[in-house]
Design a protein around this ligand. Structure first.
Ligand SMILES: C[S@@+](CC[C@H](N)C(=O)[O-])C[C@H]1O[C@@H](n2cnc3c(N)ncnc32)[C@H](O)[C@@H]1O
Length: 426
């Protein structure tokens, strides 16, 4: 049994490793090949995945991402000739991943794009369009934008080749926010009545042109590396039920959701609405780990640190305490699934930062290490990295390292940090 205090002390000693900030990388570098197809909250940069996969795997080794998001791990694994499996509970994420991980003969999509452009050019005020009747679509889109989007959607739906169709669906999904009255810079679903939404046809055309370049680069790179056929599969399922055989996986690279931070179900509601992924948002939400939801069943935290966090939160806010306990218990189940899949001696790399809720520090990284140790993993390495951001760095207290008030005299400027926990199955 690891001692709680030992883990806390271990973390206190870890220094920032500047080489993991990839501070020299531009947006062009992090969005190369297909990585820039679609925006996704809290996606990690491909350079993290490739560096880990280079260090811990060889060609042909199976890589898994249980919280696959928009597919960063899968795309990088394919480029490196590592077969991969990714899952995500969010169908919008799975759609993006399918498009991003699938290289398509460039001429094939260009031909289809020309046909779509012809159809767009034939559109006028008399064109008959069957528009969806959903009050949430009317909530977000002005009538003309809705008509044009419905037209585009129906034309893309008629494309027979599934890979080509998914490519255009992904493009369609990524323009929805710009074409709606969703407050542009907000990750929260807020309407902006002053916004001038983009014209769907102009936005779609621009989006597809950028994706065509990404696809061509991806296709050529894979061809050059002889990796076009490397298997790469994504499933819309739960991180606790991964379709990978026991003891078959050489590396897991993942960034889990945070507790009550992003409501992914809400964030992708524009895509979910058009693709009819769900009629009932509240039921959809419950399937996501880390959402504001309390599982009433008996929770197994498997960590003293997590128990302490729960106790501290109970004194401040019962509901948050229950949600955090649910989160840690569900993450423990994900770690059990990781253990099942991994080969002995293989590693799981988890990208996670600590946060705070209701004035209580939520030591995600420390809890995860304790849970994983209790399940039969050992610490191989823990990397602390800064997350370079275009935003101004936050201020931190010089002594405690905690985020400080701007008026605090002891403050120093610091970028937010996160950990990469590298845990080995023993
Ligand atoms: C931080 S994001 C991962 C981002 C990813 N690394 C990328 O680069 O796109 C966490 C993901 O966990 C997914 N998720 C939440 N609950 C899940 C569950 N029960 N099973 C599988 N995935 C889940 C969310 O939909 C979200 O895509």
């Amino acid at each position: 049994m690891p001692k709680k205090q030992d883990i806390i002390k271990l973390f206190e000693k870890i220094e920032i490793d500047p080489s993991w900030a990839f501070a020299d990388k531009t947006r062009k570098d992090t969005a190369y090949i297909t990585h820039g197809y679609h925006r996704y909250p809290a996606k990690f940069i491909p350079q993290i995945v490739s560096r880990l996969a280079t260090k811990y795997t060889k060609e042909g080794d199976l890589v898994v991402d249980p919280f696959g998001g928009c597919g960063t791990t899968l795309v990088e694994s394919k480029v490196m000739g590592r077969p991969s499996v990714g899952v995500d509970i969010n169908p919008a994420a799975v759609l993006m991943t399918k498009a991003k991980k699938t290289p398509i003969e460039p001429a094939k999509i260009e031909e289809q794009f020309l046909k779509l452009k012809d159809k767009i050019n034939s559109f006028d005020k008399d064109t008959k369009v069957k528009t969806p009747s959903h009050e949430r679509i009317d909530y977000w889109f002005e009538p003309e934008a809705k008509r044009k989007l419905a037209f585009l959607f129906s034309k893309v739906s008629k494309i027979k080749d599934q890979d080509v169709r998914d490519f255009f669906y992904c493009g369609f999904s990524n323009i929805l926010k710009n074409c709606s009255i969703w407050l542009q810079k907000s990750n929260k679903p807020t309407r902006d009545f002053k916004k001038k939404p983009a014209d769907p046809f102009v936005a779609f055309s621009r989006q597809v042109k950028a994706m065509l370049r990404g696809n061509a680069d991806f296709f050529n790179l894979l061809q050059e590396k002889k990796c076009l056929k490397t298997p790469c599969n994504v499933y819309c399922t739960d991180a606790r039920k991964i379709p990978a055989k026991s003891n078959s996986v050489s590396l897991i690279v993942t960034s889990p959701p945070y507790v009550t931070s992003y409501e992914y179900a809400d964030l992708h509601q524009l895509t979910a609405l058009w693709f009819e992924y769900t009629k009932d948002l509240s039921d959809f939400r419950k399937r996501f780990i880390g959402t504001a939801y309390h599982n009433k069943k008996e929770l197994v935290l498997n960590s003293k640190i997590a128990e302490n966090i729960k106790e501290a939160l109970l004194k401040k806010h019962k509901k948050t305490a229950e949600e955090v306990a649910t989160y840690f218990s569900e993450m423990n189940q994900v770690f059990e699934e990781m253990k099942r899949m991994l080969k002995n001696g293989a590693r799981t790399c988890i990208v996670i930062g600590d946060t705070s809720l209701k004035g209580v520090e939520i030591l995600n990284a420390e809890v995860f290490v304790e849970q994983l140790q209790n399940l039969g993993f050992k610490v191989d390495d823990i990397i602390k990295r800064e997350i370079p951001s275009k935003n101004l760095p936050s201020t931190r207290d010089k002594i405690t390292g905690r985020f400080a008030k701007a008026t605090d005299k002891k403050k120093v400027l610091a970028y937010p940090t996160e950990y990469i926990l590298i845990m080995q199955k023993i």
